[in-house]
Design a protein around this ligand. Structure first.
Ligand SMILES: *[C@@H]1O[C@H](CO)[C@@H](O)[C@H](O)[C@H]1NC(C)=O
Ligand SMILES: *[C@@H]1O[C@H](CO)[C@@H](O)[C@H](O)[C@H]1NC(C)=O
Ligand SMILES: *[C@@H]1O[C@H](CO)[C@@H](O)[C@H](O)[C@H]1NC(C)=O
Ligand SMILES: *[C@@H]1O[C@H](CO)[C@@H](O)[C@H](O)[C@H]1NC(C)=O
Length: 285
């Protein structure tokens, strides 16, 4: 009788503890996994029992290696993690890490993601001095296309998602990453990219007007500049209207969550406990 009670109690209390899926964190450019420790600790504290994997590849300078290289390497790790968690995982990428994460979701059918949270990531590209100067203080945004839109420039991650509204033809000619994962340019993988993104249970796009690094900040939610630097929001963009990667389908089925938070600088998103509590935890299952 007493043993039965103990077993019953263990089951009763173990179930809610074990019910959260593992979380994988991917850090931003020019930093490493230590920058994501606060998020990891807060998730573990608020959702006890959650296993949190904090990716420590491509830290510091190696975060500038090309996007495809990072997607394939980190993707293999996460495929392994996913294989040992058949119930699925949740994925959170901060800044450049959110754009790597999306590449992984679109590319790896064996990475089974329930919720994918993009935390202030340049999903529609980047055209601004703030971001550029994080890495290349001497370069000027108006002319850096000459470097990035070349074979050599495409060896850097930032070149892979530099999206100069005044040089769209060159962007499409040279960029090997963003126009492909956005299905702006068709490839043999286009259908897979969309099908894989559509397997998400939730896509959460977090960003805000006081970011000051992601430019335009709406890029964190698939908004972007038109040809004269007017920002066109996601739902007016072809990527959405033509449902090129499934954003419209996710939206219409209630799976796309657009979260806009004012008052947060780019370097604070992953350091701010109330962002974790209010914008990350509620979406984790
Ligand atoms: C994935 O797991 C397999 C088997 O456990 C192991 O041999 C392989 O090295 C792992 N790959 C990565 C990228 O961790
Ligand atoms: C996941 O798929 C990739 C190819 O898409 C493959 O190379 C890798 O071995 C797979 N990993 C696991 C753990 O199944
Ligand atoms: C910029 O483009 C928008 C939409 O294409 C247009 O309405 C606006 O007049 C343009 N502004 C300038 C200054 O050209
Ligand atoms: C932290 O996030 C809250 C919103 O959740 C925001 O109001 C506040 O300004 C942020 N603080 C910092 C230091 O970024």
């Amino acid at each position: 009788m007493a043993l039965k009670f103990v077993i019953f109690a263990v089951i009763l209390f173990a179930v809610p503890i074990l019910s959260y899926k593992p979380v994988v964190l991917i850090h931003g450019v020019m930093t490493g996994s230590s920058s994501m420790e606060m998020i990891k600790l807060r998730i573990e504290e608020q959702h006890p029992g959650t296993i949190v994997y904090n990716v420590n590849r491509f830290e510091s300078w190696s975060s500038l290696e090309s996007m495809w290289h990072q997607v394939l390497e980190i993707g293999m790790d996460i495929a392994n993690i996913s294989a040992s968690h058949p119930e699925g995982i949740n994925l959170i990428g901060y800044s450049q890490g959110g754009l790597i994460a999306r590449g992984i979701v679109e590319t790896f059918p064996n990475v089974s993601v329930s919720t994918f949270i993009s935390l202030s990531s340049p999903q529609a590209g980047q055209y601004g001095a703030g971001f550029l100067h994080l890495v290349f203080p001497g370069l000027v945004k108006d002319t850096v296309w000459q470097l990035f839109y070349s074979k050599v420039g495409q060896h850097t991650s930032v070149g892979n998602y530099w999206n100069d509204p005044y040089h769209q033809k060159l962007y499409e000619t040279y960029s090997v990453y963003l126009p492909y994962i956005n299905n702006e340019l068709p490839s043999a993988k286009s259908d897979d990219f969309k099908a894989n993104l559509l397997k998400l249970k939730r896509l959460v796009l977090i960003g805000g007007p006081d970011d000051q690094v992601i430019t335009p900040w709406q890029s964190s939610q698939f908004g972007y500049y038109n040809g004269n630097e007017t920002v066109i929001e996601m739902r007016e963009q072809d990527i959405y209207k033509e449902d090129r990667i499934g954003l419209r389908t996710l939206d219409k089925s209630g799976r796309l969550h657009i979260v806009t938070v004012p008052g947060v600088n780019h370097f604070s998103w992953h350091m701010n406990v109330s962002i974790v509590d209010d914008c990350l935890l509620p979406y984790l299952d």
